[in-house]
Write a protein that binds this ligand. Structure first.
Ligand SMILES: NC(=O)c1ccc[n+]([C@@H]2O[C@H](COP(=O)([O-])OP(=O)(O)OC[C@H]3O[C@@H](n4cnc5c(N)ncnc54)[C@H](OP(=O)(O)O)[C@@H]3O)[C@@H](O)[C@H]2O)c1
Length: 293
């Protein structure tokens, strides 16, 4: 496709639904909301979403892609399904793809590849880049929303976060910022061929994160650092298989090691403004009742 036709793409977008996969998840739900706030038509796809779509059932793919010109792809971790999905998207006339990837994906020392997650995401990045479509890759670091909707949310609500993370820090990024970057890439022409590494404005330790959430929510929350062995043993006592417990411990490793503490400029580059701070995330989440029990 030549640059002229890319230039007309934004106009075309307003006439065709924008496909959002993972539409009920942490980033996808916000992408749907921000697109609709601009009055754009959206096809919100997930197994439990408005539009039923299942990565593991390719019979659901055509209906998701029908009439679509731009798509946000949140893949199913541990699979290599994005490549055939992108091939299908090309056949449907999709022109622009924004892929959810992750920071550190190009760094072999970043994290252990539990369950083939990194291998799958690398294959997805390659598939999107080789597709001939207009592509943008979003590579966020740890989501701040892990404390309110994800991995750590139940523990934070219960008042005690027990992790093998020591004093390691991460530059948690607010999923509202991730969504804003994705929406910009879906709707504006200048993000084609760009990889945006996304983080918050500075690194935050687990101790500081729970103190910030405590202050914003008015709830007493403490962080209890565990050894890796102690953490795995706790998860096994709670009913996880040793392999799954080890996989969870592997996920925490970049936090413990501080591998994800560095700051990236993707939000500034894509949006021309700095990223939201962890304190802003905590305040807005508390105001929305995010930690109410
Ligand atoms: N969390 C982090 O800190 C972090 C950091 C960097 C990168 N990432 C990457 O970001 C991606 C996750 O993004 P997210 O946090 O926005 O998602 P999420 O909150 O984990 O939500 C996952 C979404 O995928 C949908 N889904 C799950 N299984 C599906 C299936 N078989 N078919 C179709 N849809 C399915 C879910 O909806 P249904 O269950 O309704 O189908 C949901 O909408 C992952 O690739 C992850 O590796 C995460």
């Amino acid at each position: 496709m030549d640059r002229l036709s890319f230039g007309r793409l934004t106009e075309v977008m307003s006439e065709h639904p924008i496909l959002v996969t993972g539409a009920t998840g942490k980033s996808g739900r916000r992408v749907v909301g921000q697109l609709r706030a601009r009055g754009l038509p959206v096809r919100a796809a997930a197994r439990g979403g408005e539009h039923i779509f299942d990565w593991t059932d390719s019979g659901t793919w055509d209906a998701a892609l029908e009439g679509v010109r731009a798509a946000y792809i949140v893949q199913l971790d541990g699979t290599k399904l994005v490549r055939p999905f992108v091939e299908r998207a090309v056949r449907h006339g999709v022109r622009r793809i924004v892929l959810a990837s992750g920071r550190g994906i190009d760094n072999p020392d970043y994290a252990k590849d539990s369950g083939g997650v990194l291998e799958g995401i690398l294959d997805s990045e390659a598939a999107v880049r080789e597709s001939g479509l207009e592509w943008t890759i979003s590579r966020p670091g740890w989501f701040a929303q892990n404390f309110s909707e994800g991995f750590f949310a139940d523990a934070v609500r219960a008042g005690e976060l027990r992790l093998p993370a020591g004093d390691g820090a991460a530059s948690f990024v607010d999923a509202e910022d991730i969504a804003a970057v994705v929406v910009a890439a879906l709707t504006e022409d200048q993000h084609a061929g760009r990889i945006y590494e996304l983080s918050g404005p500075r690194a935050v330790t687990p101790t500081e994160a729970v103190a910030t959430i405590s202050e914003a929510s008015g709830r007493a929350i403490r962080y209890v650092p565990l050894s890796v062995e102690g953490y795995v043993a706790e998860l096994v006592r709670q009913g996880l298989s040793p392999a799954d417990a080890e996989a969870f411990a592997d996920v925490i490793e970049p936090l413990r090691e501080g591998t994800d503490a560095y700051v990236s400029d993707g939000v500034q580059r894509a949006l021309g403004r700095p990223p939201r701070s962890f304190a802003e995330f905590a305040k807005s989440t508390a105001e929305a009742g995010g930690w109410r029990v």
